[in-house]
Design a protein around this ligand. Structure first.
Ligand code: FEO
Length: 392
């Protein structure tokens, strides 16, 4: 096993999870990594661990560098078990290690998760830990991704161990951004942000401001590749995503029972395309919701369609809107459309959900009975044009 070095005495000792395809609800077609890091100085610190089934992988990497009983500190930047899962084993095997965690939520979260009384040493904003020739400074980053989250900054090497922030779910034989390439990384970084961090946009902006005060050379995040050549690219992207910046782009998201709502969806897309805006169409039965959410991130308008089933939305549409509402997208406009038989209900229900999500509703008059006729499809086409002009 070859050693992966970030700087002299600073190593990646994490694990690669090639086969994970669903990460608490969203698709991870490229797998992921659980990144742990080892800083070897006069004192030795292990920064985070890996998901429990991958302990042996981390153990093998650490043991190549130092014996476990030489580790002085284990830093837990986050309670979630993809990073803390190996704590019971490492705290057993690294017999003299103290466990560094955030005073607020960290210690209590770990105790409530693992029911263990480890030798905790709590830290707070600005706390420092000298390792000898260099030191770690701890920076709380609440809600990125849990209240207990913090970053650790290795001052002398300008390395920010950023935890979940700036991560991507990519399993790769390469560990660094310049080896994998921005074209491959940025879509995964966007998907990760959209599905995990989008609800916390305001906090992201604040965190980016706070971290912007640091001299950062490398961002060693907890999933995916390490940012050693393009740290500014991902920090700027987070600032933009956190503000809710969008562009001239529409999404038409729908499901269909007998093809009527689908016909309407295509007419809406045709109308938008005739105005030259970027428009994408997603059938919710055929598309993965976490892929769609990635597209929501920088779209200005969402058009959501459903046939009426039992006076309400199709379950796939309701499920998607429930997921969307939790992610609290900023600065979008939206509209509803759909077909029904004897009685409607879906269009109103969609509008209510979109409004509760904080999306500004554009009235559509696109609740159509049974199969749309040519004049009704023309109304859809025209509405597609109207929405396109609003996002242009
Ligand atoms: Fe990668 Fe919030 O854990």
């Amino acid at each position: 096993m070859s050693k992966v070095t970030l700087a002299e005495g600073v190593y990646w000792v994490g694990a690669i999870d090639w086969n994970i395809r669903n990460f608490h609800g969203y698709s991870t077609r490229l797998g992921t990594t659980y990144n742990a890091y080892l800083v070897v100085d006069d004192s030795i610190a292990l920064i985070d661990t890996v998901k429990a089934p991958f302990y042996d992988q981390m153990l093998a990497r650490v043991s190549e560098i130092v014996p476990l009983d030489k580790i002085d500190y284990v830093v837990s930047n986050h309670v979630e078990m993809d990073h803390s899962g190996s704590l019971p084993m490492i705290m057993r095997d690294a017999s003299k290690a103290k466990l560094i965690t955030l005073e607020k939520f960290g210690e209590s979260g770990l105790k409530k998760t693992f029911h263990s009384d480890w030798p905790f040493q709590t830290v707070k904003e600005g706390s420092e830990l000298s390792l000898g020739k260099r030191k770690l400074v701890f920076i709380p980053t609440p809600m990125l991704h849990w209240p207990d989250s913090m970053a650790s900054y290795l001052v002398e090497d300008k390395i920010l161990f950023s935890m979940d922030a700036f991560g991507q779910h990519i399993a790769s034989s390469s560990r660094f951004d310049d080896e994998v390439g921005l074209d491959a990384i940025m879509p995964e970084a966007a998907k990760y942000y959209a599905n995990i961090l989008m609800p916390f946009g305001d906090l992201i902006v604040r965190a980016v401001d706070k971290l912007g005060g640091l001299d950062i050379g490398t961002i060693a995040c907890s999933h995916g590749v390490i940012w050693r050549s393009h740290a500014d690219t991902i920090v700027n992207a987070y600032a933009s995503w956190g503000r809710g910046d969008s562009r001239s782009k529409m999404l038409v998201i729908y499901d269909t029972m007998w093809g009527s709502t689908e016909k309407m969806a295509h007419a809406l897309v045709d109308g938008a395309m005739s105005e030259g805006v970027d428009v994408k169409l997603y059938n919710l039965t055929k598309s993965d919701k976490s892929d769609i959410i990635k597209e929501v991130l920088d779209a200005k308008a969402l058009l959501v369609g459903s046939p009426t089933l039992n006076n309400g939305m199709f379950p796939t549409v309701a499920g998607f809107l429930c997921y969307l509402k939790g992610l609290r997208p900023k600065g979008k406009i939206g509209a509803a459309f759909g077909s029904h038989g004897w009685a409607g209900g879906a269009v109103k229900a969609i509008e209510q959900e979109l409004a509760q999500t904080g999306i500004e509703i554009v009235e559509s008059d696109l609740a159509i009975k049974f199969v749309p006729e040519s004049d009704e499809l023309q109304r859809c086409f025209d509405f597609g044009r109207t929405m396109a002009k609003k996002v242009a």
